[in-house]
Design a protein around this ligand. Structure first.
Ligand code: SF4
Length: 318
C-alpha cells in the first residue's frame, strides 16, 4: 500500500479486512511502498515519511499482527531497487506502454505530472516487490490483474534469458471486496476529500455523515425514499447490516427523515471504529513500538530478499 495519506473506511473494507483474514492462512508480507508513493508524490515528498508511521499504526490498530506477518517499509530493503534495475534491463518498453492502468492514470490524473521515466516503469518495481520474496500469491482487485500478469511475463523472461527456473508463477488472490463510494457519491479519494478517515474524531465523523449525498428524489420527510439509490444505505449494508431492513422500511415508507437515518449511521461507524481508535491512541503514544515493529519487519524482509538477490546475481553475473 502506498503511504500517500490517511487511511479511510474504503481501505478498511476494501483491503484490510481481507488482509486480516489472509494472515490466518498464509505467511504474509505487507509492504508500505514508499518508492511507489514517491513516483506520484515527488513534489510533496516530505509528507511520505509521516504517512509511513501513520500507515503502520492504522494497519496494526485494525488487526494486522506483526507477530504473524512481516510489516516493513520498502525503502528499508534496498534489494527492491537492485532487482528493479535488473528486471528493467530485460523488460521490453512495449509491455509497459500498453499497461492499461498506466494509460488510464495519465488520462485521469491532472493534478500531478506523471509523464516520467519512473512512473512508466512502476510495474517493474511491483514485479520486483513480488519476486524478491518469491511470493506464491498476491491479493489484488480485478483492476490489478494486468500487473500480476506482467509480473509473470517478466519472471518467465528472466528465467528464459538466464536459463534457470529462479522464479515460479505467482497467483492472484482475487477477493471480492465491497466498493465503498465517497461521501459525495464519487470514487473515494484523498484528492476529492470525500472519505471518513480511521483517525477521525466522533465530531468529524458526525459532520461528514451529515454531509453525505442521499436519494436526490427525496426532498421532504413525507416523500418515500429509494434506499437502493442512496449512498447512506450502502454504508448501512457494510457498517450496520443488521439495521438494513429497518432502513429500507423507514425510508420507503417515509417514517424517518434523512437526518435521523444519518445520525444512526454515524453511531454505527463510531462504534465500529472505537476499538481501532483505542488501539491507535495507544500506538500513537508509543512510537518506539512502531519503530521496533518496522525494524523487525526490515530484518525479516531483508533476510528473504538477500537470499533471493544472491541467487539472482549468481545467474546474472556468474
Ligand atoms: S432515509 Fe436514509 S436511506 Fe433513505 S434517502 Fe434518507 S438517508 Fe437515504
Amino acid at each position: 500500500m502506498r503511504p500517500t495519506g490517511k487511511l479511510h473506511l474504503g481501505h478498511l473494507v476494501g483491503a484490510l479486512h481481507n488482509w486480516i483474514e489472509l494472515q490466518k492462512q498464509y505467511t504474509c508480507i505487507f509492504g508500505i511502498v514508499d518508492w511507489h508513493a514517491l513516483m506520484g508524490e515527488y513534489e510533496q515528498s516530505q509528507e511520505i515519511h509521516e504517512n509511513i508511521t501513520d500507515m503502520a499504526i492504522d494497519w496494526i490498530a485494525c488487526g494486522i499482527d506483526p507477530e504473524k506477518s512481516v510489516i516493513f517499509v520498502q525503502s528499508h530493503v534496498p534489494e527492491h531497487l537492485e532487482l528493479q534495475m535488473i528486471l528493467s534491463c530485460l523488460t521490453p518498453l512495449g509491455w509497459l506502454e500498453r499497461n492499461p492502468t498506466y494509460k488510464e492514470q495519465l488520462r485521469e490524473i491532472k493534478t500531478r505530472n506523471l509523464q516520467t521515466y519512473a512512473f512508466l516503469g512502476y510495474p517493474v518495481l511491483q514485479a520486483a516487490d513480488i519476486l524478491l520474496y518469491k511470493a506464491n500469491a498476491v491479493p489484488v482487485g480485478e483492476d490489478q490483474l494486468a500487473h500480476i500478469e506482467l509480473t509473470r511475463e517478466i519472471a518467465r523472461r528472466f528465467n528464459h534469458i538466464y536459463k534457470e527456473e529462479i522464479f515460479s508463477d505467482c497467483d492472484a488472490i482475487l477477493t471480492e471486496t465491497p466498493r465503498l463510494l465517497g461521501l459525495d457519491g464519487r470514487k473515494m479519494s484523498k484528492s476529492y476529500n470525500n472519505a471518513i478517515n480511521l483517525s477521525d474524531s466522533e465530531e468529524q465523523i458526525r459532520k461528514k455523515v451529515k454531509s453525505m449525498f442521499t436519494d436526490p428524489k427525496r426532498l421532504k420527510v413525507a416523500d418515500p425514499g429509494h434506499p437502493k439509490e442512496c449512498n447512506v444505505y450502502s454504508y448501512y449494508q457494510l457498517f450496520g447490516p443488521e439495521r438494513s431492513n429497518d432502513v429500507y422500511e423507514w425510508c420507503t415508507k417515509a417514517q424517518k427523515g434523512c437526518g435521523d437515518c444519518k445520525g444512526i449511521l454515524a453511531d454505527l461507524i463510531i462504534e465500529r471504529l472505537r476499538p481501532i481508535q483505542k488501539r491507535r491512541k495507544e500506538l500513537v503514544g508509543n512510537k518506539k513500538e512502531i519503530h521496533d515493529i518496522l525494524e523487525d519487519g526490515r530484518q525479516r524482509a531483508s533476510e528473504r530478499a538477500g537470499k533471493t538477490m544472491k541467487e539472482i546475481k549468481k545467474v546474472v553475473f556468474g
